[in-house]
Design a protein. Structure first.
Length: 119
């Protein structure tokens, strides 16, 4: 991903990355190209949620394509100490606990199951 300075830029870069992964997944040898793109650790943002989220995306994509999760995505600094919920309302927590992809739950992030879907 390109260097980003704001949460908005990180979101745009992430969307571009997911579009690229979806495009590559339709081609032979996609796993090799995606694995190469995941190998380099993105710089830490200074925001623990964003850092954990980027690691969760990398792990989720790796699991989806049946490739090795990059080592940087397994670092302790890429996991949250306390749970973070994408929706702040107490009524939504049960749904988020149930629906969050495994790579996100492992990092104490709880989001909707479609958090990584692109139109």
């Amino acid at each position: 991903m390109r260097d980003a300075e704001t949460a908005e830029e990180i979101g745009c870069n992430l969307a571009d990355f997911l579009d690229q992964v979806n495009w590559l997944a339709q081609r032979p040898a996609a796993a090799v190209r995606v694995a190469a793109s995941l190998r380099t650790e993105p710089p830490r943002t200074g925001d623990a949620v964003q850092d954990a989220y980027l690691a969760a995306v990398a792990a989720h994509v790796a699991h989806r394509l049946r490739i090795r999760v990059p080592t940087w995505a397994e670092k302790k600094c890429r996991r949250l100490e306390h749970p973070w919920f994408a929706l702040p309302d107490a009524w939504a927590r049960a749904t988020l606990l149930r629906d969050s992809p495994a790579a996100f739950r492992e990092r104490n992030l709880f989001t909707t199951e479609d958090a990584l879907h692109r139109a």
